[in-house]
Design a protein around this ligand. Sequence first.
Ligand SMILES: [Zn+2]
Length: 433
Amino acid sequence: MIVINGGTVLTINDADDVHFGGHVVLDGDRITAVGPGDYPGAGGEVIDATGMVVMPGLVDLHYHSAIGKGFCDHLPLLEGLEQFWYPSIRALDPQTAYWAARSSYAESIKNGVTTVNDMYRQLGGLGRAAEEIGIRAVLSNDVALPEHNLDTLQDNHDAYDAVHGLGGGRIEVYVGIEWLPLASPELLRDARALADELGTGIHIHLNESLGEVENSRARFGRRPTELAYDAGLLGPDCVAAHCVWLSDHEISLMAETGTHISHNPSSNAKLGNGVARLPEMLAAGINVGLGHDAAESSNTCDLFDVMKFASLIHRAYRVDASLLQAPQVVRMATRNGSAALRHDTGQLAPGKKADVILVDTANPMFTPLRPGDKAHLYSHLVFAADGSAVHTTIVDGKILMRGRELVTVDEAAVLDQANQALRRVVAAIDYHN
Ligand SMILES: [Zn+2]
């Protein structure tokens, strides 16, 4: 049992309760008590969270483990994919993928992320990395048509058999579709059939770029989301990433099917893909979470960075400072992401999974801070803080980082091995930046 006393408890529950000087109690992998004041019971490890925010761990809803960053920073999506991303992920072996995942998950844990929705390759290596480091992970393959030499649905099926359910159910396998330019209507139908057969979900890139929309219209006579809808791919078990270029009709299809969207504004901006119609998605009642995408496309796993971007870019684009206020953005990065993955996380309430982070406010990012002021605290979390303020990260009731020190892995060794993995891949694909 872990008793967390003395912190500002940001529950993200339905009433948006905040307990200044409250407690959270974890027993095994579940939260058993949340409330004001110190926990009256006894026993277990006691964490003094004075000066800290205690809140649900962040959910990174669109994620790729990354082998490299800082390459192709000047290139648009398709060119970046063809020049670095696809060659690099074709060159992955299980060991290289393992170190890519281990270093990516380490960075995410240090930024307060407790769940990743990771589409990558060599899921055996990813599953082992997630199992050992302790993060909650939904893994999916990069499935494409065979001529693209990525993954097949059979690869994804095999990965499900080998990896799904590891870590006491903390690690799941979804069916992943890379994107429509590398797919066909038949592949989408087969992906849906496989997900239904396995009883699992689907993760797909959809409507990411104007080029993708043009490709879909030219090859299939329909827009990407219309094609996915017709193939039966969409639904409440499907996470569609990006959705930058949605027509009104496509937004209605997302809402009708209960499909969840991962909004990844920093990736969309850096790759020159545009600004998603987030206000319209939210107005249509679509559940939208946040993702960083990949270090190759946004250079950091810091979801605080994404939260800030998710507010600022729409205000700038629409010339409207009332859009995407801080409490709503924090909810997107916690509860909404959790709901999209149908997880029992994303809020601090008895019975929920014990995925909790402590954010230190004793630093310039949170200063000045008025005691007892909920709105002020939310403002700092979204507009002032970055992930370096995260002090402690807990998943399934296990402490993965304490005092910014990773507990389950040797960080220096992870960084060294990640550098070696990058050198192997760059040499294999003969890449020059
Ligand atoms: Zn992506």
